[in-house]
Design a protein around this ligand. Structure first.
Ligand SMILES: [Zn+2]
Ligand SMILES: [Zn+2]
Length: 473
């Protein structure tokens, strides 16, 4: 018998946690936090108790077979390796709401993800952005190549989302197949990839889809008409090119550093517009990991050390007595220690920016915003483009606005987001025609609907549902 259970992330955005259990295996996905489920940054971490603490707070799932012995014993759960079935994870992409808990799992548990996600994850860990610890047993899957674990076969199929390596999965069991979409969109650089996902999983017994974009207002998905195209990744590049050409001063941008393809395109767009893109050391590392030939300079006050805070215990708590900026992780991803080995010719000074501001586009991470105080007189515009803090729900967002207002820095919001609009959500389901639809990762999953399904299930947390080739009946 194969059955499904959902423990978290059903009526919220983030923290999706589902279990597909066959006679011999227990396949779980994903393992992140909802934004609301983060500890207050003012509370000092207790890294060695973090997994326990996050489970007690309800931020992570209380499940057997996934935590180390000490943690499991404190929580009254079975530790990894002591359950009847082979436990393993699938991670759809490297957003915190899908992967934030990865470093809190038992170190030996196998975690499958796309090969691109694994490359990014190793660099995130090296840069102190992996949340707590670096999980060791990560297995990168080439797209489209099935892998078998006990009696389950899993295939990673790419989708377009605003992070490199995003994929969904087709999970084949002895009693039917499950398509898990992860997060996806149709307005990125590669809508055809998302389209191909929908076709690849056509007719699955169950489709589990995200429903972020129907969260915020009442709508009837079945009566929607195809919307006019909204801003796309390509449009954003054109807008940045125009701004680069028209403005005379420094253009400051705040993109999301895990959206590596956008960084790549920005490097080229800036060059076309006669400007040099200047990044912080982390951003440059992610860019060079995937695009080693790209032109990319680093700002002298955004080198690796700029991100380390004195007394930052948790970043240094990795048992290796090294700080993350010294490389850390496994030697895959970028060649060598490209966080620190930056040629002098690729470092741009403050004097160079202030002396010739129209020659540069500066990427600025929110944590280094103080630097803009010294550059404010030469800044023509600050463009917020999906970097953090992302929106109103984050208290830092208001502080960012306040900073710009107080210093008189012109500000523009040009965000794009990573989620399909409601019509395209329906298009995904209409194309895939699953037998049973399970919408989640949404404040209003009941609004996700399609005429091309046999039935729809809004699961209750903790309830087991039996899978058949005809869906969940
Ligand atoms: Zn998400
Ligand atoms: Zn996402």
């Amino acid at each position: 018998m194969t059955r499904l259970c959902f423990l978290k992330g059903l009526r919220e955005i983030g923290g999706t946690f589902a279990i597909v259990e066959t006679d011999h295996a227990s396949c779980m996905f994903d393992f992140g936090f909802a934004n609301s489920a983060l500890m207050d940054a003012r509370i000092l971490n207790r890294p060695e108790r973090a997994a326990e603490c996050y489970v007690r707070m309800g931020f992570l799932a209380a499940a057997d077979g996934i935590y180390d012995r000490k943690t499991a014993e404190r929580l009254g759960l079975k530790p990894f390796g002591e359950t009847d079935r082979s436990c393993f994870f699938l991670l759809s992409h490297m957003h915190i709401d899908h992967m934030g808990g990865l470093g809190l799992l038992a170190p030996e548990i196998p975690v499958y993800m796309s090969e691109d996600s694994r490359r990014l994850y190793r660099r995130l860990a090296a840069n102190g952005e992996a949340e707590f610890f670096e999980h060791e047993n990560c297995i990168g899957l080439p797209y489209g190549e099935p892998v078998r674990v006990a009696d389950i076969t899993v295939t990673a199929i790419p989708v377009d989302h605003d992070v490199v390596g995003a994929c969904g999965f087709l999970i084949s069991t002895p009693d039917g197949s499950i398509a898990y979409t992860g997060d996806y969109r149709f307005h990125g650089f590669h809508p055809e990839i998302t389209e191909a996902f929908a076709r690849a999983v056509k007719g699955a017994s169950v489709m589990i889809t995200e429903g972020v974009s129907v969260s915020f207002e009442e709508l009837d998905m079945l009566s929607l008409k195809e919307p006019e195209p909204k801003r796309s990744e390509e449009n954003l590049q054109e807008e940045i090119k125009t701004l680069s050409e028209e403005l005379h001063g420094l253009l400051v941008i705040n993109p999301y550093n895990r959206n590596v393809e956008r960084l790549h395109r920005l490097a080229l767009t800036c060059a076309e517009a006669g400007r040099v893109l200047v990044l912080d050391a982390r951003c440059r590392d992610y860019l060079r990991t995937f695009y080693p030939e790209d032109p990319a300079c680093v700002y002298e006050n955004a080198l690796a050390d700029a991100f380390l805070q004195p007394g930052d215990k948790y970043r240094q708590y990795d048992g290796r007595e090294t700080v993350p900026s010294e490389g850390g992780g496994q030697p895959d991803g970028a060649a060598g220690d490209c966080i620190r080995d930056i040629p002098a010719g690729e470092i741009v000074t403050r004097e160079e920016l202030t002396g010739n501001p129209g020659h540069y586009v500066l990427q600025n991470d929110y944590s280094l915003i103080g630097e803009l105080m010294d550059l404010r007189e030469v800044i023509s515009l600050y463009v917020h483009m999906d970097g953090t803090p992302l929106g109103d729900y984050d208290p830092s967002f208001g502080k960012l606005q306040n900073f710009m207002n107080t210093l008189g820095i012109p500000y523009r919001h040009m965000s794009l987001g990573g989620h399909s609009d409601p019509w395209h959500l329906r298009h995904m389901i209409d194309t895939a025609e699953p037998k049973t639809l399970i919408p989640l990762h949404s404040f209003r999953p009941e609004q996700v609907n399609s005429l091309h399904i046999r039935n729809r299930l809004l699961p209750e947390p903790g309830v087991w549902y039996e899978l058949s080739p005809e869906g969940i009946i």
